[in-house]
Design a protein around this ligand. Sequence first.
Ligand code: COI
Length: 356
Amino acid sequence: MQKITIQETQRRKDKPADEAELGFGTLFTDHMLVMDYDWGQGWGDMRIVPYGPFQMDPACCVLHYAQTIFEGLKCYRRADGGLQLFRPVDNFERMNISAQRLCMPQLDIPAVMEGLKALLRLDAGWVPSAPGTTLYIRPTLIATDNLLGVHASRSYRFFIILSPVGAYYASGLAPVNIYVEENLVRAVRGGVGFTKTGGNYAASILAGARAEEKGFAQVLWLDGKENRYIEEVGSMNMFFKFRDGLVTPPLNGSILDGITRRSVIQLAQAAGYPVTQRPLSVDEVFDAAEAGGLDEAFGTGTAAVISPVGMLQWRDRVIRLSGGDIGPLTRQLYDRLTGIQYGTQPDPFGWVTRLD
Ligand code: COI
């Protein structure tokens, strides 16, 4: 087990005055965790140090070839003031899957969990308590060799930073409008679409910016081969509620194996709603909606939680769902999921790790 050394900051920052005004990922806490890897020596000790910039050589290979992966998970404040994490080990397991695809070293998950808990103990005062707020945790692994050959790096830096956050979308729980992208693609089979690597997000920025100009919050990606099957939204997996149950695209290698997605499948099934994971074409969704057979659509993600979709546009076809409001099943799943996450409802699944 790696040692953890702690260097406390001499100057703690002011906390946000109004937690209800927290956006997403703009403020960071007083400390961060850092751990370096060197080929031949393995992982060094974990250091918790004051939050601050890294010094990097301009030839640092992550800046050129994007050998980088990250995760996103959250720490919740319960009504009794205590803190808890939601499925944290699932995040680090997924990070190891991303690491394998990107030729990066595996994390020792129990050791990293100890480091994360030590960091959270030190910055516990930053976990907000206003409704809908959390402390977002961003573990990241970057390649740090300073050379321009395209190879797996021999040195890496792992770090965890923490950010008090509110809703991911400015609209909060109000339904989002989504544009179905049909020219640009996010990922293809055999690529890195299933990993949380920076390049997937960089590849999505152009389509996202164009959609925003048209007044949409996000882009819905179609498959890279036929431009027909629904993939994901980039920050969310997608669910559609048809008359006979919920449908979500299968894990086909080009979409993320979302931890909120997994949880929602289990919660829906536990509540008696059938969930099918199957290829779902965009024309099936629009045809069903136009025939009155699509009741609700929502996205799931750690940052986005469960976000209802109010409107979808594909070419010149527009569908509006749930009268512009959150649909009843979306609301039920949102309440159940967040009830477990914030500790107001029982957790029969063993998803929660209490920190006190
Ligand atoms: C998350 O939901 O944690 C994500 O990583 C999405 C992110 C791009 C905000």
